[in-house]
Ligand binder design. Sequence first.
Ligand code: CA
Length: 234
Amino acid sequence: MATRDDRPHVLVVEDEPNIASFARMYLEAAGFRVTLAARGDEGLEAAERERPALVVLDLMLPGLDGFEVTRRLRQGGSMPIIMLTARDDPVDKVVGLELGADDYMTKPFDPRELVARVRAVLRRAEAAQAPVDGAAAPVYELDRLRIEVGPREVYVDADQVALTPKEFDLLATLVENRGLVLTREQLLERVWGYTFLGDSRTIDVHVRQLRRKLGEACPVQTVWGTGYKVPARR
Ligand code: CA
């Protein structure tokens, strides 16, 4: 008799067999159902067919590379993605985050850290999808910028601006704490759900993206040597 499998489903797209099997072993031990794909095109197909809760995606893959898989998955929605990059290639990390990966890890990594990050990303994704009482969800207006927390929409003047889930969370967190300086560590903890081994560059990349997308309407100020803030009054 077939029983329904309620375990959260993680798709691992990785062409290095050792890394793929380690990831599977640790994720399964942590209670996840795991599907493996060794090519980018197969990974994309599996993601579209099976709609996993999260995708762990290597950057350099045969078939389609991780950038292209991310780009195509992003066209179809906001499936959480953790990107795996090779050591010594910070450009790849930055580009991966700019494309909309929710997190990245540099290989080789401790598989226990992968499990922790999968949990953190899923927790954030669930919180973002939880139904919000429309009356209680705040709307922030800062000069030309309007942030609607309920539908997670951002406008500059009348134009909606497309932000990735993490860009939205970062902006909303800073705006909710207007007037306070938040350190990179505090932002990593609140937006990404972890602090250990957190890379402050992640925050800087997302702030840069917010500034690029929102232009002069971006309210985020750099506080040198400390972190970022949105001023209480503008
Ligand atoms: Ca690879």
